[in-house]
Structure formats: structure tokens, C-alpha cells
Design a protein around this ligand. Structure first.
Ligand code: GLC
Length: 704
């Protein structure tokens, strides 16, 4: 929150600024190769975005670097008031040390690890002259056709909020002015994941209760964690583009949540208000956004070019401009930019790609992979002398990064085949085949086969939406042909989204979802395949049986004719079972866990209620279980989800070991947006589960 020093400094500086200088602070520029650096000397830019590529070949590296930022900062400090630039960049899941994609990070159900990874990313990015990242991406996503599902934390608001708080704290640390602190930007505020058809940039319709209870909680958590900035979404939400939506940007964000940082638009989304059909021209677009509470214009230039004229024509007030400038100066001051505008160029060689960072990336990749099937305990691979690994990912390097990794370098990655060789036992002979023809030939002489399939990162991320969730062309046929040979068969899928691998799962013995696992993904995969590590990931998003099942998510409403496969006139498809392929929260391990003795401290929740269960490792090896807590509010003034995640704990148990796992439920955990529009609880009966996933578990009940 603001402190007196900030405010005194900011208001004192503001009082000296000309209108031109004020508009300059609201203007973010992408310094492409035709960049006119006089903008900086004249104080007409407050921030540079992705200052990579600029001046390449003139002695500067091709990505964010301290020298490049210091060069531009020097020009900005030649301006009259010497207001430092804020350098922004997409540091989404790592800078040079690329961590698993955020969806994979969510699968680890380990916010602490996400915080550590964000802290590494902050150290590496700030050493490279970057002080502001456009992350974390917090969009709830229920439609895997949408390419950006890779960048978020999946479908659940509770998990999303836990990850939001952890990543913001990891980026920003306790002191935003520390040299290795990175200003966070919670994006894309809000509802971007509801784009119709999973088509990026399409409009979305979200009811008020769903907006409040599903899409907003991760953003609220980010603000509560002290996020310095937010980014408005491209989306036309319920008829009002988020970039010009005063209720979102001012009434909720500032009025209800007390946010005192600033909001940046998405790329040219201010100017795009014209295309949306709510603004007649650029000046109108700029006024709509500014008056809604949008403070900085990302690269469209309409703030710089038109707000002065709108002011002169009395269409906006100087107070509205001042308030946006004040918010930006406040974050710059809080980030220590006035005191230390330059980056020490000696940091990067020391702070980038350290062995500790690589080790953390490997641990994160291990914890994020999800074991979906393991018949006959095929995995971990034991007792096989010759193992064939086959598919387009056998030599993967940069392909393991996933989307949004502008500063990752493929040469930093051990090729997948080499990484697997390094982790395999000496007694095992590994063969590799990239093409299906060679693989089908070699398979006859192999003792077991592992297919390395899935989607290239180019099919994932912004505007990479797909209409069919099947594996990419040719891969389904490859699996069927390989399965026909009757060898022990495991499938590893690399992807940025859930894929409808229904028919593949039926014919393989084991299936492991590796997502896009980052710079150390190869070694992590090898450790899991050969039993050096055990899989512990759980699905942060429902896996549909087919594209036609979308939308399908666990926290659904019951309907008046709930799912009942036997029942007539029940919600279902004629050609598909009503259940998903794999539910939210699902994941296997190399051992087995048994849940018993659910206990509640009372049958009525007054203030707080303790709920616990015994979890026992009944298998032959150690394993990590993600124990989950779900509730169901049976009767509400609005219909209520059949399950809501309210807690989770990762526990590691040795064979035969038991542990009582406890959760505490409080009244505020049961709040929701009621029919009267208020956010609160309603007395009544609740069901509760302590469970391994969102479809099973030990049932209990209590009253509120
Ligand atoms: C893109 C994305 C946004 C990103 C920004 C800057 O269009 O929507 O997530 O941070 O532009 O690259």
C-alpha cells in the first residue's frame, strides 16, 4: 500500500511536470529497430516493452540486457525531469532458466515451489535490465482449445489464487526497491479465458456470480499479495471491453480491493476499442480507457497523441490525467527506480542459469508431471534390457520450453535423448527413433517401447487455438500401430493443454503427461521413467474425452436432471459417457494410498471446523500424495457447485507409513455471491470430502 514517502515524492514531482511530460509517463513504447530515441530525451515515454531486438548488432545482445537498458535509461535521464524508464518484459515462467509452463507448475500443487521459481526469474530478469514482468497470467480457463490455457493455472479459483499469491511474492519479494525485485503484473484482468469457442480475442459472457466466484479470486489474491500492476484483457466482457470497463478497473479493483498500483493495457488494446465498436476514433478510445481507470497505454500511442487535445476541448480533466501519472510514478518510486535507475552489468554473468536454478527447474519439472495410467506397474521401467524411445520429441531441446520463452536458449538444454541416456541405468540399452517407420521396425527387437509424442510449443500460447484436441496429425495412427505389436508400451505426452488422448490411453499400458517441462525436462522425465523419482503431479484442469465435451470442469452445477448414466432424460451425450477422461485433481503415483477415518471436530461449523483423515501408503515404495479438501453447499439462494476445492496438502509417505492429514475450514471459506448480490455465507447443510481427486474421497457432512 502507499506510504507517506511515496506520496510526498510523487506529488512533489507531479507538481513540476508539464502536460507533455505527464502524457509521456502514460505511454509505453516498443523500441523496434526504427526507434527514435529522442522520445526518451523529451520524456515522451514512461516505459519500454521488450527492449530486445533494438539496436541488435550495435554491440547489444538480442534480448533483454543490462547494457541495453542502461543505454536507454541514460537517454531518459537526459530529459528535463530525469524520470527513469520502467523496463517491462514477458517473463512468464522463467527468464534464462526456463521453468515448466504455468499450467504444469499448477499441476505440482506446490505454491512454495512456484514462489521459488518466480524469485529465480526475478533475479535473472533484473540482472538483465528488466524491472517489470507481464506475469503472472491468472486467467481461469475451462476451454483447452484456447492456446493460452498453457500460461495460466487451470480451471480452479482456489488453486489459481494460491498460485497467484505465491508467484507475486516470488517476483516482488519483501522490498520492491531491492535490485533483484521484479514488479509483477497480474493479467489479463479479467475473464479472458472465457473467450467464446476458445478463440483468442473473441468476446465472452460471464454472469456476475461466476465472475465474482470463479474468475476474480486469483486477481484479488494477487492484489492482496501486493502486485504492483495489472494488465487489462483484450476481451469484450458482457459487451464492455475490459480495457474500458470502469466497473472492473475502478469500482472493483480500487473501490473494493484498494489497489493503488497502475493498470497497463494489453498490446494496443486501447486503440482496439475502435474495432470493438465502442470508440469512434483514437481520441474517444483514449478517453474511454483513461476514464475507466486504465493508466498506461501499451504501444498504441493514442494516449500520448490525443489526450492533450481532449483536455483542451474539456472532454477530460487534468485530475484524471494526474491520477494515472501518480499511480505510475508511485510504482516507479516504490520499485526504487529514482534511487537506482541503472542495472549493474556485472550481475548477469553471475545471476543467470546457476546450478541451483537448474536444480530447481528439474525439481519443478519432476513434481509437475502427471501419471495418468500405469497398468501392470509398467513404470518405472525395470527389468528391460533394450528400450526403444520413439517420436518427434526424441531430440527435443527448445521444444521442451513451451510458450512465452523469449530468453530461453535451446543450446542450454540437454537434448532429450542425451538426458535420458544420462539418467538410465547402465544395464539398459536405449534406442531412439524419431520417425514412426524406423520405430515400428526397431520395436520388434526391443523389450519395451516409450512413445514421446504431443504438441510443439508453436501450437500453444497466444492465438494458438485449435478446434480439435486430438494429438497432432499422424500421432494417433502411430500409437495404434505400435500398440498392435504387443510390446509393453508407455506414452509420454508433451503439451501446453489437455489433449483428448482417449483412444491412446486405451491401448497403452502407461501414460505420463509431461506438459512443456522446461530447461531440465529431459532429466526430470528420465528420473521418473527409470524410478529415480516418483510422479506426484495432479491435474489442474479437467481432461475431456473429446473436443465435443467442452466445456467440462469439475466445479459444475448439478442441474435438475443430474448426470446418471443409467437414467433417462439426464444430462449427457448419446455418443459419450458424461464423465471426463480424467478429472481435476487426478494423478497416480508409483505406490498406492488409502484414505480412512474421516473425522470432523463437530457436526456444526461455528467459527472454525477441523476435518482430518488418515492417509496410508499401502504400496511398496515411497510416494507423494496431494490430499485435497472439497466442500459442497447443498442448498443456496443460487445453485451451488457440486464440489469446490478448499484446501490441499502434499505429503510424502514411506511404504506402510500413515499420517493424519488435517484441514481447518472457516466460515469465510464458504462465502459466495448470493442471489441478493452480496458476498457472504448462507446457513445450511454441507458435504465435505478429503480426497485424492475431485471425483472420489471420504465423504462427511456438517451444518453451518
Ligand atoms: C501480448 C499478450 C500479453 C503480453 C503483451 C506484451 O499481446 O496478450 O499477455 O504480455 O502482449 O508482450
Amino acid at each position: 500500500m502507499s506510504n507517506k514517502t511515496d506520496e510526498t515524492f510523487v506529488n512533489q514531482l507531479l507538481s513540476q511536470m508539464t502536460l507533455e511530460e505527464k502524457l509521456g509517463q502514460l505511454n509505453q513504447v516498443n523500441p523496434g529497430d526504427r526507434f527514435d530515441s529522442s522520445l526518451l530525451r523529451e520524456g515522451k515515454a514512461g516505459s519500454l516493452i521488450n527492449a530486445s531486438g533494438a539496436l541488435t548488432g550495435q554491440g547489444f545482445s538480442d534480448s533483454g540486457s543490462a547494457e541495453l537498458s542502461n543505454h536507454f535509461q541514460q537517454l531518459a535521464l537526459e530529459s528535463r525531469l530525469k524520470i527513469p524508464l520502467l523496463f517491462g518484459r514477458d517473463v512468464i515462467h522463467g527468464f534464462r532458466t526456463v521453468f515448466p509452463i504455468p499450467l504444469a507448475q499448477a499441476a505440482a500443487f506446490n505454491p512454495h515451489l512456484a514462489r521459488q521459481a518466480a524469485s529465480v526469474a526475478a533475479r535473472e530478469a533484473t540482472a538483465s535490465g528488466i524491472k517489470w514482468t507481464f506475469a503472472p497470467m491468472l486467467d481461469i480457463a475451462r476451454d483447452p482449445r484456447w492456446g493460452r490455457v498453457a500460461e495460466g493455472n487451470g480451471e480452479d479459483p482456489f488453486l489459481g489464487a494460491q498460485m497467484a499469491g505465491a508467484v507475486v511474492q516470488g517476483f516482488q519479494g519483501d522490498d520492491l526497491s531491492a535490485p533483484d525485485a521484479l514488479v509483477a503484473c497480474a493479467k489479463h484482468y479479467v475473464g479472458y479465458g472465457a473467450a467464446e469457442g476458445g478463440r483468442d480475442y473473441e468476446n465472452g459472457e460471464i454472469s456476475e456470480p461466476t465472475l465474482r466466484d470463479i474468475y476474480l479470486p486469483p486477481f484479488r489474491a494477487a492484489v492482496q499479495a501486493g502486485a504492483g500492476t495489472l494488465m487489462s484483457a483484450f476481451i469484450d466482457l458482457n459487451g464492455i471491453p475490459a480495457t474500458a470497463n470502469r466497473r472492473l478497473l475502478t469500482d472493483i479493483l480500487r473501490g473494493e480491493w484498494g489497489f493503488d498500483g497502475f493498470v497497463v493495457s494489453d498490446w494496443e488494446s486501447v486503440k482496439e476499442l475502435i474495432q470493438h465498436g465502442v470508440a469512434e476514433d483514437e481520441a474517444h478510445a483514449a478517453r474511454l480507457a483513461l476514464q475507466a481507470g486504465l493508466d498506461m497505454d501499451m504501444v498504441s500511442g493514442v494516449y500520448l497523441n490525443t489526450l492533450g487535445e481532449s483536455l483542451q476541448r474539456g472532454k477530460i480533466s487534468i485530475e484524471e490525467i494526474d491520477e494515472a501519472v501518480r499511480r505510475i510514478l508511485r510504482i516507479k518510486h516504490r520499485a526504487g527506480l529514482f534511487a537506482q535507475p541503472f542495472t549493474d552489468p556485472l550481475r548477469a554473468p553471475r545471476d543467470l542459469l546457476t546450478p541451483e536454478a537448474r536444480s530447481l527447474a528439474r525439481d519443478f519439472a519432476r513434481q509437475s508431471m502427471v501419471l495418468l495410467k500405469n497398468d501392470r506397474d509398467l513404470l518405472p521401467l525395470k527389468g528391460f534390457r533394450r528400450i526403444l524411445l520413439a517420436g518427434p520429441f526424441v531430440h527435443a531441446r527448445g521444444e521442451l520450453f513451451g510458450t512465452w520463452t523469449p530468453d530461453g536458449r535451446a543450446e542450454d538444454v540437454t537434448p532429450l535423448d542425451e538426458a535420458l541416456r544420462q539418467t538410465a541405468p547402465n544395464s539398459v540399452e536405449l534406442w531412439f527413433a524419431e520417425t514412426s517407420d524406423l520405430a515400428l521396425h526397431l520395436a520388434h527387437h526391443a523389450d519395451a517401447v516409450v512413445l514421446l509424442l504431443g504438441e510443439h510449443p508453436a501450437r500453444s500460447g497466444e492465438n494458438c487455438n485449435i478446434s480439435d484436441l486430438s494429438l497432432p496429425p499422424g500421432q494417433a495412427e502411430f500409437v495404434q500401430a505400435m500398440a498392435a505389436l504387443g510390446k509393453p508400451l508407455a506414452l509420454v505426452v508433451f503439451a501446453g493443454r489437455p489433449l483428448a488422448i482417449t483412444s491412446q490411453v486405451q491401448v497403452v499400458d502407461a501414460a505420463l503427461y509431461a506438459w512443456h517441462p522446461g530447461i531440465e525436462g529431459g532429466a526430470a522425465l528420465g528420473e521418473i521413467l527409470f524410478g529415480i523419482a516418483s510422479p506426484s503431479g495432479r491435474l489442474p484442469i479437467t481432461f475431456p474425452r473429446a473436443t465435443g465435451q467442452i466445456p467440462i470442469y469439475y466445479n459444475r452445477k448439478n442441474s435438475g436432471r443430474p448426470i446418471n448414466p443409467q437414467g433417462e432424460f439426464r444430462t449427457r451425450y448419446l455418443d459419450l459417457p458424461p464423465s471426463p477422461l480424467f478429472p481435476f485433481g487426478f494423478g497416480l503415483t508409483y505406490t498406492r494410498f488409502e484414505y480412512s477415518n474421516l473425522t470432523l471436530s463437530s457436526d456444526t461449523l461455528r467459527g472454525a471446523l477441523a476435518i482430518s483423515a488418515e492417509v496410508t501408503n499401502i504400496g511398496a515404495c515411497a510416494g507423494t500424495e496431494v490430499v485435497q479438501l472439497y466442500v459442497r453447499d447443498l442448498i443456496g439462494s443460487l445453485t451451488r457447485p457440486i464440489r469446490e476445492l478448499k484446501g490441499f496438502q502434499r505429503i510424502t509417505l514411506q511404504p506402510g507409513e500413515s499420517r493424519r492429514v488435517s484441514f481447518t475450514l472457516r466460515e469465510e471459506d464458504l462465502t459466495f455471491t448470493r442471489a441478493d448480490g452480496a458476498f457472504g455465507v448462507e446457513p445450511g447443510n454441507f458435504h465435505v470430502w478429503i480426497a485424492p481427486d475431485s471425483q472420489s474421497g471420504l465423504p462427511g457432512k456438517f451444518r453451518l
